[in-house]
Design a protein around this ligand. Structure first.
Ligand SMILES: [Fe+2]
Ligand SMILES: [Fe+2]
Length: 218
């Protein structure tokens, strides 16, 4: 398979899992205690983790165009963090007192940070994780609109989602360039699969523990 063919086939494989994740995110009645504020706090954690992983990868990736893409992503996710914190403030939450590192980093963060190869990083962190973010964020936008919070919905739809789409597209472009041997394609496929599994486990845990679904991605 060429890199191009591989990127298409991995996209198809991810699609089924992403649709399931989207259904899980939107499943059931949202519990009354599930507020936009609560979901935005989770979003802060996701943005911080996405920024931090990209920053670590930037310094340890040798391919120049990938290095620069991670640098860009580091900044974008940090900007999302600030925008969400500002939105929380507008909703009356003292966002400066929130430290999303409380309670530790997620298993997905631990998995991603340990990835060494460029092809695994772009498959897991950009192509797949950002694909997950696009699906989750859309569920969250629908949830906000259902509650009449048009401002939070607009922040996600008009500002955050275009960036996440760009990160996902960068992942696709790098897969075309770097997933060109059978071995690299297997590494990429395994990394994408594990990322989806971890995202689904986190989603299920959050739902069981706290009734949290509809949380945005990164
Ligand atoms: Fe992102
Ligand atoms: Fe983000």
């Amino acid at each position: 398979m060429s890199g191009e063919e591989f990127a298409i086939s991995l996209g198809d494989e991810n699609k089924a899992s992403l649709e399931r994740l989207g259904r899980l995110s939107a499943a059931g009645e949202a519990p009354r205690e599930l507020t936009i504020e609560r979901l935005l706090r989770i979003a802060l954690k996701n943005e911080l983790e996405a920024s931090e992983v990209a920053a670590m990868w930037m310094s340890t990736t040798s391919e120049l165009d990938v290095k620069l893409a991670f640098a860009r992503q580091t900044g974008d996710e940090a900007r999302h963090y600030r925008l969400i914190a500002d939105r929380l403030k507008a909703l009356g939450v003292d966002a400066d007192r929130i430290d999303p590192r409380e309670g530790g980093y997620s298993p997905l963060f631990d998995y991603l940070r340990a990835l060494q190869s460029t092809v695994a990083r772009v498959a897991a962190g950009q192509f797949t994780r950002e694909g997950i973010a696009l699906v989750r964020n859309q569920c969250f936008i629908d949830f906000c609109e259902g509650l009449g919070d048009v401002e939070t919905a607009a922040l996600y739809r008009d500002v955050i989602q275009p960036d996440e789409r760009q990160h996902h597209e960068l992942g696709r472009r790098f897969l075309v360039l770097f997933a060109v041997t059978e071995n690299e394609q297997q590494v990429a496929r395994d990394a994408a699969r594990r990322t989806l599994e971890l995202a689904e486990e986190i989603q299920e845990m959050a739902r069981l523990k706290a009734g949290i679904s509809r949380a945005p991605g990164c």
